[in-house]
Design a protein around this ligand. Structure first.
Ligand SMILES: Cc1cc2nc3c(=O)[nH]c(=O)nc-3n(C[C@H](O)[C@H](O)[C@H](O)COP(=O)(O)O)c2cc1C
Length: 200
C-alpha cells in the first residue's frame, strides 16, 4: 500500500486524495436567493443525507482564501441571509447547464439567466427551484458551522418535487433519475450497473 501521512503531505496532494478517494459524490445543485431577490445556483458535491425523520441534508461550502476579497460564496451568503435553499437534482442532460452555474460570477448576476434555466416558484421557501431539474428538495436552514476550510450547512427538507418521469411502478427508478456524480479532478460518472442485494 502507498502510505500518505496527512500531517506532512502537500496541501494540493491532500485535496487530490480527498476528491479522488471520496467517490462517487452526489451533487446538490443548490438554488438560493439573495435578500434583494437575485437568483443564485451552484453545484455542491460535498453533499449528503443526514437523517430521515425528520429529513435532513447537509452540504459544505468551501471558503476561498481570506485575501481573495470574497472568502465566502454567494450560496452560503444567501442561505445565511434567508435561512432557505433548494437542492435540485442533476441528471445527465443537465451537466452543461450545471457547469455554467459553477463559474465564479459577481453576486448581482442572476445565475438562472446566465445558464438559461427557468425559475419555478417553491411552495414552502422563497428561493426558486430549477424548472428543468426533475427533482427538488425545499430546505430550511437548521444550522451552519465552520469546520476546516468550509462551512457545513444543515437543512430540514420541508417539501419535495418529483417529476413523474423518474417514477416506475410507484417508486423512484434510479435509471430514470439518471443522476450525475462527481469524481476527482474534472471527472464525472453516471450510474453503472444497478444490482440488488437483500439483507439476511
Ligand atoms: C460538480 C461540482 C461540485 C462542486 N462542489 C462544491 C462543494 O461541495 N462546495 C463548494 O464550496 N464548492 C463546490 N463547487 C464549486 C462551486 O460550485 C463554485 O465555487 C461556484 O462558483 C460557487 O458559486 P456561488 O458563489 O454562486 O455560490 C463545485 C463545483 C462543481 C462543478
Amino acid at each position: 500500500m502507498i502510505g500518505v501521512d496527512f500531517a506532512r503531505a502537500d496541501p494540493a496532494e491532500v485535496s487530490r486524495l480527498v476528491y479522488g478517494l471520496v467517490i462517487p459524490r452526489p451533487i446538490a445543485w443548490i438554488s438560493s436567493i439573495s435578500r434583494d431577490g437575485t437568483g443564485n445556483i451552484a453545484p455542491h458535491s460535498f453533499f449528503n443525507a443526514v437523517s430521515c425523520h425528520p429529513p435532513i441534508v447537509m452540504f459544505a461550502s468551501t471558503h476561498r482564501a481570506e485575501d481573495s476579497g470574497r472568502p465566502s460564496k454567494d450560496t452560503l451568503n444567501n442561505v445565511l441571509a434567508t435561512q432557505e435553499f433548494v437542492v435540485n437534482l442533476v441528471s445527465r442532460d443537465l451537466v452543461d447547464a450545471m457547469m455554467a452555474t459553477a463559474r465564479d460570477l459577481p453576486a448581482q448576476d442572476d445565475e438562472f439567466e446566465v445558464a438559461g434555466l427557468r425559475k419555478e416558484a417553491c411552495l414552502r421557501v422563497g428561493a426558486p427551484r430549477i424548472a428543468q431539474s426533475r427533482a427538488a428538495l425545499e430546505c430550511r436552514l437548521i444550522k451552519a458551522e465552520r469546520m476546516g476550510d468550509a462551512t457545513v450547512v444543515y437543512g430540514d427538507v420541508v417539501y419535495a418535487h418529483l417529476d413523474p418521469s423518474i417514477m416506475r411502478d410507484g417508486a423512484i427508478a434510479p435509471d430514470l433519475v439518471d443522476p450525475v456524480a462527481r469524481l476527482g479532478g474534472s471527472l464525472y460518472a453516471t450510474l453503472g450497473e444497478v444490482f440488488s442485494r437483500r439483507r439476511e
